[in-house]
Design a binder for this molecule. Structure first.
Ligand code: FAD
Length: 289
């Protein structure tokens, strides 16, 4: 965790990382089948006004009587009126969240974890490679780039989903393109209307030329996709300390106490979720680690 992240986390929950704070659901936006964005506002207006996070960080969302899940923040870090979380309904907690309505409350602990080091790479080309529910934590980077567009060179978003219906945030792609971001979207299975590429995200690398000296990769998605993104990036001589990946391992405490999310010497909740490939390389291809 960077010093800045620690300062920001401390701003919301001083010495109480295990205590949830209550937030009301302000709006629910459907993104795709079984995926919605929940816009939360802390019940305490002071807490809401002081809530700060970095792109790529996550909150632990608590449904009383059910449990907690790690969910990335998907809204702009520069908008502190409310906080967006884009959730795929897969198991106990997320299904319980799917049943909630506007006006219901959730417990929130956070923000936790490391962030995409976007400010470190000012002046460089940014390549974002996301699959499925890996796009929400990267949308915060896209918003940052839009707000500071002249700070970056070429910016490309490569995004893939199973089918056209599963693509998230489709209403925003035009806005991203207007800001000078190239958006290339692929699906595993096309339908009659689909005119874009078909295939997995790493294949999109073959459509682009990139300068390895000034390109940085930010990637989040299924682990199998991350492996091939890393492979394609290394094949283009992008060095392992310029490839950033977010690992979404199952976690419980979010504080490095319980060990649920351990990967080699790292606790994904505390030392990640964003790592450089240089950090993870020794553990990345080890099964069951
Ligand atoms: C840092 C981090 C950030 C994350 N950000 C997000 C995010 O922004 N959005 C998001 O949606 N998720 C995110 N996740 C993933 C999310 O935390 C997990 O999916 C979490 O396990 C969901 O909690 P749950 O109780 O609903 O699922 P669990 O009950 O814990 O289920 C966990 C696993 O079991 C599988 N499973 C559960 N029930 C069934 C079933 N009936 N049939 C088949 N498979 C099943 C699920 O596919 C899942 O893989 C993130 C995870 C991490 C670590």
């Amino acid at each position: 965790m960077t010093t800045r992240t620690m300062e920001l986390s401390a701003a919301i929950i001083p010495n109480k990382p295990m205590q949830p704070f209550w937030a009301v659901i302000d709006e629910i936006q459907s993104e795709a089948p079984s995926v919605s964005t929940f816009w939360l506002r802390f019940l305490d207006p002071g807490l809401q006004a002081g809530f700060r996070f970095q792109p790529g960080q996550f909150n632990m969302l608590l449904v009383p009587g059910v449990g907690e899940s790690a969910i990335s923040i998907s809204s702009s870090a520069e908008d502190n009126k409310r906080v967006g979380h884009t959730i795929r309904f897969v198991g106990n907690v997320t299904t319980a969240i799917s049943r909630l309505k506007v006006g219901d409350v959730l417990g929130v602990r956070g923000p936790f974890g490391t962030s995409w080091p976007i400010e470190k790479h000012v002046g460089q080309d940014i390549m974002i490679a996301a699959g499925g529910i890996g796009l929400p934590p990267l949308r915060t980077v896209i918003y940052h780039i839009i707000n500071h567009r002249s700070d970056y060179g070429r910016v490309v978003v490569l995004y893939g989903a199973r089918t056209p219906q599963d693509l998230q945030f489709t209403r925003e792609y035009k806005e991203w393109e207007k800001a000078g971001i190239e958006v290339v979207v692929t699906v595993d299975r096309a339908d009659d209307k689909w005119e874009g590429p078909v295939g997995v995200v790493p294949l999109l690398f073959y459509r682009l030329r990139m300068d390895p000296r000034k390109t940085v990769i930010f990637s989040c998605g299924p682990e199998i996709m991350l492996r091939f993104v890393v492979f394609e990036a290394l094949a283009r001589r992008i060095s392992s300390d310029r490839i950033y990946i977010s690992m979404e391992r199952n976690m419980k405490c979010g504080q490095g106490f319980c060990g649920h999310c351990q990967m080699g010497p790292y606790f994904v909740c505390k030392d990640g979720p964003v790592f450089t490939y240089a950090q993870l390389e020794p553990y990345f291809n080890v099964e069951d680690i």
